[in-house]
Design a protein around this ligand. Structure first.
Ligand SMILES: [Mg+2]
Length: 180
């Protein structure tokens, strides 16, 4: 997909403040029919085991507008299964992102093309890279709550140059850079 080739594998396509800014209308207008979500720090912080009412309402609104939803997480099976219990979306755990295998599988299982899908996550070196390797668009949201370990701090520091010049939605939309 030329958008990603131009921007580079580690350049997200759009930055949003939270997932709730990414509305069904916006996705449909962009030709998106399926969304692959990261869970941890994208939808919910690590310590939240089950989705809140707000999270559920948002995810179900996507589904009701005809957009397919799946979870692709590097986290363990028990975490993802519990989080997904009430939602029942296709769920792929131990995904080993940045390897794109499970992300690609999720899109194949949607029965749509990669350019009709988007991945949404909080991390460049796992979520963004796996999405672009799967030839999909990638929307980034800032992590809800980081683990305060040296490893996470280092990772965030390494991400900074890639995020610096990124335009934030809705500035992005105002500049008429939508695909259509
Ligand atoms: Mg994450």
């Amino acid at each position: 997909m030329e958008i990603n080739a131009k921007k580079g594998l580690l350049r997200p396509d759009i930055l949003f403040s939270t997932i709730y800014e990414i509305t069904p209308a916006f996705l449909l207008e962009r030709g998106i029919r399926g969304v692959v979500f990261d869970i941890d720090n994208t939808i919910a912080p690590y310590e939240i085991e089950r989705p809140t009412e707000k999270m559920k309402a948002y995810l179900l609104a996507l589904k009701e507008s005809g957009i397919q939803v799946a979870f692709v997480s590097n986290n363990r099976n028990d975490r993802t299964v519990l989080f997904n219990e009430e939602l029942g979306f296709p769920c792929y755990c131990n995904a080993k992102k940045p390897f794109p295998g499970k992300t690609k599988q999720a899109v194949r299982d949607f029965k749509i093309r990669p350019d009709q899908a988007v991945a949404i996550g909080d991390q460049l070196f796992t979520d963004c890279l796996s999405a672009h390797l799967a030839r999909m668009e990638f929307f980034i949201v800032p992590p809800i709550r980081d683990k305060r370990t040296w490893f996470f701090r280092l990772k965030r520091r390494m991400e900074r140059p890639f995020l610096k010049s990124l335009k934030k939605y809705p500035e992005y939309a105002r500049k008429g850079e939508n695909r259509q």
